[in-house]
Design a protein around this ligand. Structure first.
Ligand code: BTN
Length: 331
């Protein structure tokens, strides 16, 4: 995979490049160029062959830039992160960090492509090369923060605020941590926790933001989705700028959680929350509960009015849907 990145950088300008010229610039044969192009296509990069002329990207690609990322981070974030792993490809950025645990200090991972991206409730996360942002942040807590159960919601708020910092207001939050724009999913978060009750705790916060999904790859997504290209057009931030904004907001959020700071996150969450007062279905393994969404409790639980009483539901493996959507067959 590493050898595919120089080829991608040559193609990134969106122009047509002949196989000969690409081979010359990379110091490889035309046949080797062709093999690499086929591999790029298999990783979800849409390519066009122009007979007699060469190859071009069907849509421009915006690769991550490690040096620019570090330079764009707030000094506090830079000081807090022990490492940022920037990988061409990986199974899952969450899995990569989990393999490196325990971490002495917070550590981030970004990848251009995930071969086995993971979503919530055991679903896959479509992760074509260079088309979205795949970012995970590992955070070692020396002791379990009192409000750890609010992490899922606070992480979603951090992502929404990072997007606002970058000029995209109006992103809604769907409990516990989906980001929705124009009624379509823009980003999702997978949080994985490990630790001993009452002792040290390890958190991995994995964020996927759709940036410019090629239609071919997006065909396998079975829910309404959107991406930054649709919402912001060419004015959208680079993936590197997006990564920096996300890391700044997430690090600040985790620091506050760690320090037991109860800032006004609930008010900020409520200002963006979707479906409050509306009939919803709450999906969980083995069934669903219907009721009216009454917002979030102090501890981040979902308040569901159902059968004349108010139930508290915790994130875990649950998923919220507006009542009018189609039932799902399997999680
Ligand atoms: C969801 O189902 O909404 C959560 C999606 C989370 C996807 C991100 S992409 C980076 C990180 N690595 C993964 O394998 N998953 C998360």
């Amino acid at each position: 995979m590493d050898e595919l990145i120089p080829l991608l950088r040559l193609l990134a300008d969106g122009d047509t490049h002949s196989g000969n010229r690409l081979g010359e610039r990379l110091g490889i044969s035309r046949a080797a160029v062709w093999k690499r192009l086929a591999r790029l296509q298999a990783l979800g990069v849409p390519l066009e062959a122009r007979p007699g002329r060469g190859y071009r990207l069907a849509q421009p690609i915006d690769l991550l830039d490690g040096a620019a990322l570090k330079a764009a981070l707030a000094p506090a974030t830079r000081a807090r992160l022990a490492a940022i792993d920037l990988l061409p490809t990986v199974d899952s950025t969450n899995a990569h960090l989990a393999r490196l645990a325990p971490w002495p200090a917070p550590r981030a991972c970004l990848a251009e492509h995930q071969s086995a991206g993971r979503g919530r409730r055991g679903r896959p996360w479509v992760s074509p090369l260079g088309a979205s942002l795949y970012l995970s942040l590992a955070w070692p807590f020396r002791e379990r923060p009192a409000a750890l159960e609010t992490l899922a919601l606070r992480a979603a708020l951090a992502v929404a605020e990072a997007l606002e910092d970058l000029g995209l207001p109006g992103v809604g939050l769907k409990w516990p941590n989906d980001l929705v724009a124009d009624g379509r999913k823009l980003a999702g978060i997978l949080i994985e926790l490990q630790g001993e009750w009452g002792g040290a705790q390890q958190a991995i916060v994995g964020v996927g933001v759709n940036v410019h999904l090629p239609p071919e790859a997006a065909r396998t997504i079975d829910r309404p989705w959107t991406d930054l290209a649709t919402l912001m057009g060419p004015e959208r931030p680079s993936r590197t700028a997006l990564a920096a904004a996300l890391l700044d907001r997430l690090c600040a959020t985790l620091e506050r959680l760690e320090g037991g700071e109860d800032d006004d996150w609930r008010e900020r969450w409520r200002a963006r929350e979707l479906y409050r007062g509306e009939p919803v279905r709450l999906l969980q393994e083995g069934g669903e509960i219907q009721g009216v969404y009454r917002g979030i409790a102090e501890d981040g639980a979902l308040l569901l009015e159902s059968d004349g009483r108010l139930r508290r539901c915790y994130a875990g493996e649950m998923s919220l849907r507006p009542a009018h959507t189609q039932p799902e067959t399997a999680p």
